[in-house]
Design a protein around this ligand. Sequence first.
Ligand code: ARG
Length: 555
Amino acid sequence: MDYRQEIKAELEKILGFEIEQIESPKKAGLADFAYPCFKLSRTMKKAPNLIADELKDKINLPFIERTESVNGYLNFFINKQQRVKDVLEAMKEDYGSSNEGSGKRVIIDYSSINIAKPFHIGHLSTTAIGHSLYRIYKTLGYDCYSINYLGDYGTQFGKMIVAFKKWGDKAVIDREGIREMYRLYVKYHEEAEKDPGLDEQARTWFLKIEDKDEEALSIFEWMKQRTLKDVERIYNDLDITFDSYNGESFYNDKMQPVIDELKEKKLLTESEGAYVVDLEPYNMPPCLILKKDGATLYATRDLASATYRAKEIGFDKNLYVVAYQQSLHFKQVFKVLELMGYEWSKNCVHVEFGMTSMEEGTMSTRKGKAIFLEDVMNKAVEKTLATINEKNPTLENKEAVAKDVGIGAVVYSAVAQSRINDIVFSYDKVLSFEGETGPYIQYTHARCCSVLKKQNSDIKDIDYSLLTGDEEMEIIKLLENYPAVIKNAAKDYQPCYISRFLISLCSAFNKFYFDNRIISDDPSLTSARILLTKKVRDTIRSGLYLIGLKAPEAM
Ligand code: ARG
């Protein structure tokens, strides 16, 4: 039941013309909905309060209990019992899902790790936000297509081959994976400072990869597979799968046609031996397409990959979940696509987010101080297990619960706030069972489960008037709004709308829980409260799923 829409339609019927959206007064208790008559006052040449007075008596809607005219506002009060009934009865199994996206495809480029490099804490946001957006869009009926656009191209792979040949051991890499590759990467940079000749060798090896030299390609492919095997553990723990792992190297042979097209469309200009697309009229530096030595760039590959996505995969939206440091890059790429005449360029979106750093200090990838995401996840799980052992030692499946909660806490930290904010990661903060954390939400969910375990008989003939108190109404209004929260989260690419919603729902429920006995001697009161608890539990579980967290039943 969309009250806002119904009220708008009723007013339009009375007035005979279209009006603006109905408002929800911010202050609690003022009214459920309100229509300001100030704009009408001009067209109707009548004082706003008189308009409100007149409209007031003409409203005839069964769910409206009362209307009032105050200072030019027409206020609406909804019959509480009716509202409780409408909301709770609307909450079917798939509450919040819709088919608004039916027949539409959304591509989500996220996580997009770099081969032979650490999957570090800096990748947490893209991974968590991207995964959440995938689930949110899917719930809204979109056909989602996820891409892990691997960073598997560039001179750095020449460096890796040099390092491997000089200091590496195949068996150690097979065993240690990324960590050993990373050790070689760091060693390379230390040594290259002393011996500049190394870079020349690296360039040669990189050219060999490009020329499809057998040895070069086989070392490169092996390192790539070994990297993917390592990150698979993380993706498994996070329940993430990708529809495609086509990364930069996949576009090796797909850049030339784009370069030709740029030439044909007279967009390519020579500048000091290099080729660029001039973006001066748009107040941006030129987009570099080919270097002096003929090498292609990150932007060249992104032009090829966007074109490929449009032509071969097809999309209504093409999202790039990438840190804000790359904002200029995407602005340039999207602008070039627009200049190429591609209508679909306006459906490419850079979903940017802030930086994540650790409370205990900065990391430097080159110097070997990268903080592996897997280590952070493991430590969070360990700490959670210690807390459980201390507070609830007899809990069943302790290890599994610790994993759900520990990993969930880490993921939550990346979707808790507006994505553009920088994050300073602190174990104590994210693992706390109080405050705006993942564990707090999961704990409230487990609390609902524990109540329902005690009393879960079939609920029939609910007396909805028993749920019209202020605390209950607070919960009802939140539940009512859940579908809109999901829609808005998708529209603004903001998983945090769901996180914040969950925090509000949990605190409203906890307040209700502490002030009332859910299970009492009064059977109809118990039934009504149990039903409310069940709907809260289902909604928390659904919301947790949408932001990528598990919902253990006890903790
Ligand atoms: N691998 C890149 C990085 O770690 C992110 C790639 C994002 N996707 C893209 N199509 N450019 O910074």
